[in-house]
Design a binder for this molecule. Sequence first.
Ligand SMILES: NC(=O)c1ccc[n+]([C@@H]2O[C@H](COP(=O)([O-])OP(=O)(O)OC[C@H]3O[C@@H](n4cnc5c(N)ncnc54)[C@H](OP(=O)(O)O)[C@@H]3O)[C@@H](O)[C@H]2O)c1
Length: 311
Amino acid sequence: MAQRTVGERQVSVMGLGCMPVSFPEHATDPERGIAVIHRALDLGITLLDTADIYAPSWDAMGHNERVVGQALRSYAGPANMGEVLVASKGGITRSPGEVWGRDASRDGLVAAAEASCEALGVDVIDLYQLHRPDPALTYAEQVRSLAAVRDAGLTRMIGLSNATLPELQVALDEVGGPADGGIVSVQNEFSPRFRGDAEVLEVCTEWGIAFLPWSPLGGAEQASTIGDRYAVFAEVGREVEATPHEVVLAWLTGLSPVMIPIPGASRPATVDSIVRAAAVQLTDEQVQRLSASVPEATSMYPEDQPRPRLR
Ligand SMILES: NC(=O)c1ccc[n+]([C@@H]2O[C@H](COP(=O)([O-])OP(=O)(O)OC[C@H]3O[C@@H](n4cnc5c(N)ncnc54)[C@H](OP(=O)(O)O)[C@@H]3O)[C@@H](O)[C@H]2O)c1
């Protein structure tokens, strides 16, 4: 599979979003999650995205990280923990009664990263991302918390998630980009359903910061009907003999050399299609036609407003 860059590492152009295997309907069957991840490793996927909160309930935090760790340890093929880049996230909390909150304080984020190491079964995480901003702190403070996780030796690389352009700029001012040991990745929502902030993608492209579009197919509830809702993706699919889903993933990689989609999968057969998407060749005209067909839409997380103060 074609390779792209995350910091100092090369990874497959398609990553795997591991979240769906921890949905309540799948979490009782960890073997299913392990089978999905093993299929991805078999086919050359070397970027796995997880998070501490991907769990069927608040008291099972770390569920997804435990499945990822188990899958890597039990894998009999050539890839192993050292060759696969595992990206986790912290900064969102879940408490008794399924109360969701944020904690990107220094102590909070370091404690979350320690728990993620334990759940993954590693001493150091490859890439640790600030999941969502904490409105109680300035963004600059949160970026310093993230840097403290790195400085404590709990992660090799750091990245952002759900960051606006001004927030990304503050982070680059605080810790620099990939060449400075600073921000190596931004994971924002980006799909035909929600075309993310083009300026964030531009800055990432300019700095060589990997852009990991989350819910690239619009999320689990909408993914199956993407060809019905976005007819041009189905049309181009007929032209290149690919499914609309594969065209979406190929379109994303055609938008910038830093794009590395992380589609979610709960079935090994889905992984086969994700890997087929890596081989779909689109012309510039097709990429432009697809981009022009995508409407403006709202994020599935409007509660992220208002944003924290920057400084
Ligand atoms: N940073 C954040 O705030 C944030 C938020 C949401 C998600 N994420 C990350 O982004 C990842 C992806 O997002 P997501 O899982 O919400 O949504 P998604 O990738 O847009 O959609 C996932 C669904 O699409 C289906 N699918 C994937 N590839 C397909 C293909 N080639 N053909 C047909 N169907 C396909 C899967 O089906 P099956 O289940 O049948 O296999 C799955 O149900 C997550 O796993 C997570 O790692 C991050």
